[in-house]
Write a protein of this length. Structure first.
Length: 219
């Protein structure tokens, strides 16, 4: 066996029915409980920055070592099964909400190509594989790409951030995104700077509406 049957969150033994995270840990992960509310605390983080339709998260990152373990496995340990499984969990949550029913295209937050080559994958693609299957939605891969490594700077003013976002992200296929309600998906949202930069670029596309979902949020 390649992996012992231990829960990645608590190191307890898990049964064959459980997938890497034991049922007890799954049940006690701190859920972000505000997805039914349009003006939830994560959505408010983007007010005055970019115009988003709806914003949702699955888990709260703060104070939870279990959520951090899951993110670490997905992001740095190549745990593709867990990434897809967590995408399915997020998808099930969005399906229960009334706010995401008209989303018709999924877009991952892109990594810089060099970083993706180094890591071997983009963790957002894993999430989208699970999420797309549950929501039965297409994934637009490589329509939004990252040109620059460096992260966006939050200290810049709004106009400078807008210009900076054009230097970091760009769209390769405008037609594929026109008049779509896009759901952009990230693994973690903390300051919201990356989403803001992606959104600044995406919202230049004619008729595009944008919503956001993340596996975990620092709020
Ligand atoms: Zn556990």
């Amino acid at each position: 066996m390649l992996f012992p049957n231990l829960c990645i969150c608590c190191d307890g033994y898990i049964s064959h029915q459980e997938n890497q995270v034991c049922d007890l840990c799954m049940y006690t992960l701190p859920k972000y409980e505000e997805n039914e509310f349009k003006d939830n605390s994560l959505a408010r983080k983007f007010w005055g920055r970019v115009r988003l339709e709806n914003v949702a998260a699955q888990y709260k990152l703060t104070g939870s070592s279990a959520v951090k373990s899951i993110i670490h496995q997905i992001k740095y340990r190549g745990n593709t099964d867990l990434g897809i499984a967590m995408g399915e969990v997020l998808g099930a949550t969005l399906m229960k909400s009334t706010l995401f029913t008209d989303v018709n295209l999924l877009v991952p937050v892109p990594l810089h190509p060099k970083k993706e080559r180094l890591r071997g994958y983009n963790q957002c693609d894993l999430l989208l594989t699970g999420l797309g299957a549950v929501m039965n939605l297409p994934i637009a891969k490589n329509k939004l790409i990252r040109k620059k490594h460096n992260s966006t700077q939050t200290k810049k003013n709004r106009y400078e951030r807008y210009i900076n976002s054009k230097e970091v992200f760009c769209i390769t296929d405008i037609e594929a995104l026109q008049n779509k309600h896009v759901l952009i998906v990230d693994d973690v949202i903390t300051t919201g700077a990356t989403i803001e930069a992606c959104a600044s670029v995406l919202l230049d596309v004619d008729g595009l509406k944008l919503s956001v979902a993340t596996l975990a949020t620092g709020i």
